[in-house]
Design a protein around this ligand. Structure first.
Ligand code: AMP
Length: 214
């Protein structure tokens, strides 16, 4: 099955703190993708009083990946409700080989293919510094790297994400290196990886992605 020429389904791939969410927002406002952001879903579930909420809370507290069956079910359901005339942008999914294989099945069912996987490659030292600095707005949900206490977009109160605390960051990077990084080879074999330099300013990362999307 192939996509019609102008519909692109893409994955933003990279370590925690690479700026996937920021790049996702920029691409969506430019090109109107449907979005699958499994980190946003995991954060929603953290507040849910249920067994799956509890399992996700436990994983996130320890810098680990949330259980695959919870994440995969969410992705499958989300895609089945998307406008088929729009491309899909995946932010933070897939994050291990089992999810990558599941994604292939889900996409096949939807009559879609993945066109490109943008691997936002970053230096690990820089990532730790970035993650420690970043804050989440309690009002609009935006992530910012501001040093202040209020959100530059809406003036809401900024907090540190629990999983951006130094001890959890280290665990998230271990989880990334062990489970998520091998997914790069999986997509490399399929010829889908486009490597982007994630250590440059946001606008330059964005330009590099756009140049490779056309
Ligand atoms: P993110 O905002 O994408 O960095 O995700 C924050 C946290 O949500 C991760 O550290 C995981 O605990 C969980 N999470 C996000 N995406 C996934 C996924 N695809 N599979 C499993 N857990 C995920």
């Amino acid at each position: 099955m192939t996509n019609s020429a102008n519909i692109k389904n893409i994955i933003l791939f990279g370590p925690p703190g690479a700026g996937k969410g920021t790049q996702a927002e920029k691409l969506i406002s430019l090109m109107g993708f449907e979005k699958v952001a499994t980190g946003d879903f995991a954060r929603e579930l953290m507040n849910e009083e249920s067994e799956r909420g509890e399992r996700v809370r436990e994983a996130m507290k320890n810098g680990q990946l949330a259980p695959n069956e919870i994440i995969n079910e969410y992705v499958a359901e989300k895609i089945s409700n998307f406008d088929e005339n729009k491309g899909i942008l995946f932010d933070g999914f897939p994050r291990d080989l089992a999810q990558a294989e599941e994604l292939e099945k889900i996409m096949e069912k939807a009559g879609r293919i993945i066109d490109k996987v943008f691997y936002i490659k970053c230096d690990e030292e820089g990532l730790i510094k970035r993650l420690e600095k970043r804050r989440l707005c309690t009002e609009c949900g935006k992530i910012t790297d501001t040093a202040g206490e209020t959100c530059p977009s809406c003036g809401g109160k900024l907090i540190q994400r629990r999983d951006d605390e130094p001890e959890v960051i280290k665990k998230r990077l271990v989880e990334y290196n062990e489970k998520t990084k091998p997914v790069i080879d999986y997509f490399k074999e399929k010829g889908l990886i486009v490597e982007v330099n994630g250590d440059q300013p946001i606008e330059d990362v964005h330009k590099e992605i756009i140049q490779n999307l056309r």
